[in-house]
Design a protein around this ligand. Structure first.
Ligand code: BG6
Length: 469
């Protein structure tokens, strides 16, 4: 932990009645209360006719829905110490909750909020304001806080998407910077709160085993696959204005790439990590549209909120090139999409073949190259795919994985929103997206945003169109 700012006395949650709060945030807060990491008052804000008791009932429903329902997707299932909800913990969380109901465009809402923050935390309270609201409301909320002087003792935590492209991200940032210092703005990318993503750093820099291999000398190519077996469901109108590149590539997958490819930071401080990731992203060439295949699953245009002639992609396959000493000439292939056959986030690093092929693979095929598979979800772990001699007379080799499942060995991980809230409260920026990283990421994907071309159709439950050669 590297806190760089005051610890929050109060947590204020804008959008407390929304979907993100229900599915991710309230269950995460429950876990934090369970572990004694959340003890400060939580003030929910929303345009609602609920009173605080109704909010507390909603908290209970959300927590039960999350933990009685642990499916195969997401980190909730990995999250904790069993799936039974402990009534005492739930009561403690409910007891921390307060509500300020009102319109974000109404100055009176912020006056009431200022009074509530002072009541809960004292006149000098330092508050953490979490904006789980649509991006169109970021400015309204940030300005509303500033209008009643709440910005002085504040940390602003802003959900994604941060901008729609490079210019709008810069404009949003400039607007927030009017009233908030840069180190008081935490930009959420929940992938940075995922323990298996952070584990990439540990795997690379706590060990020396990989480092000699981790260059163009030994690596042939890298594949990053983020497949989701579910479709856009009830998020049609959000998704249609975004598409796969903005939804998961610009943010989540480029941050994963940064961890995978960056040089060792000189310390584990947030600033040194940010700089190391920035240097890597700076070296990534803007995507060439010729290196991209876009797809859209059949039936997507019938989803509520989706335009009947939408050209938004629900699948993308693209190739990135990193123009630096370590990675020059090593293509990075990214595939991401919805309604695919499985939910999986995998990195496969394929090594170069030996300079001379002394052995054949099974059925006389050439022996396959070594691969290192870093699985981030589900079942985070690592596998080294080595070659061994096939028992029998001939010199034939076959693949044998040397694999470890981290959960089996190390136990369950915490969910990303647990990490995000703890860090937001103590003021540790390491697991948030710095502005310079975000700008580079927007630059990289800029040539492929809104191409206006027809994506290739694919059937739900298939692996999508063929990726670029
Ligand atoms: C979100 C995207 O940011 O990340 C979703 O908006 C996507 O479309 C989700 O499904 C994936 O997150 P996770 O944690 O389930 O891998």
């Amino acid at each position: 932990m590297n806190p760089t700012g005051p610890v929050g006395d109060v947590l204020v949650l804008f959008g407390v009645t929304g979907d993100l709060a229900k599915k991710m945030i309230l269950p995460a807060l429950y876990r934090l209360v369970e572990r004694g990491e959340l003890t400060v008052p939580v003030v929910g804000v929303a345009l609602t006719d609920w009173d605080v008791e109704q909010l507390r009932a909603h908290v209970a429903d959300s927590v039960h829905a999350a933990f009685d329902n642990t499916g195969d997707h997401g980190d909730r299932a990995d999250s904790g110490s069993g799936d039974d909800v402990d009534d005492d913990v739930l009561k403690r969380l409910q007891g921390l909750m307060q509500l300020v109901a009102g319109d974000y465009a109404d100055p009176a809402t912020f006056q009431r909020l200022a009074a509530e923050v002072a009541t809960q935390g004292g006149a000098e309270a330092f508050a953490v304001y979490y904006l789980a609201v649509p991006p169109s409301l970021f400015a309204t909320v940030a300005d509303g806080l500033a209008a009643v002087g709440l910005n002085d003792r504040a940390r602003l935590v802003v959900e994604k998407p941060f901008g729609h492209d490079l210019d709008s991200a810069r404009a949003l940032n400039a607007m927030l910077r009017k009233n908030y210092a840069d180190d008081r703005i935490f930009r959420v990318d929940h992938y940075l709160g995922k323990e298996p993503v952070e584990d990439l750093l540990v795997l690379r820099f706590a060990n020396t085993l990989l480092e000699p291999l981790w260059t163009r000398t030994w690596i042939d190519h890298v594949e990053i696959t983020m497949a989701e077996s579910f479709d856009v469901a009830d998020r049609g109108s959000f998704y249609d204005s975004v598409g796969t590149v903005r939804d998961v590539v610009q943010n989540h997958l480029l941050q994963v790439l940064a961890y995978l490819g960056m040089e060792a930071p000189s310390s584990d401080s947030a600033a040194d990590q940010r700089d190391a990731k920035f240097q890597l992203l700076k070296a990534v060439r803007a995507v060439d549209p010729a290196d991209v295949v876009r797809g859209q699953y059949t039936g997507y245009r019938d989803v509520k909120g989706v335009a009947p002639d939408s050209t938004t992609e629900t699948y993308v396959a693209l190739t990135l090139h990193i123009d630096n000493w370590r990675w020059s000439g090593v293509p990075v292939h990214i595939v991401a999409g919805k309604a695919l056959p499985a939910s999986v986030l995998d990195i496969v690093v394929t090594l170069r073949r030996p300079p001379r092929a002394l052995f054949a693979g099974p059925t006389d095929s050439p022996a396959p190259p070594n691969r290192i598979r870093l699985r981030l979800q589900p079942d985070a772990g690592v596998a080294f795919i080595l070659l061994a001699k096939q028992p029998g007379g001939a010199d034939v080799v076959t693949e044998v994985p040397i694999a470890v499942d981290f959960r089996e060995v190390l136990g369950p991980v915490h969910a990303p929103y647990e990490r995000i809230f703890v860090d937001a409260l103590v003021g540790d920026p390491a697991h948030f997206a710095p502005m310079d990283n975000l700008e580079e990421a927007w630059r990289i994907v800029a040539p492929i945003l809104d191409p206006g071309t027809e994506p290739l159709p694919y059937e739900p439950g298939t692996w999508g169109p063929t990726p670029p050669a």
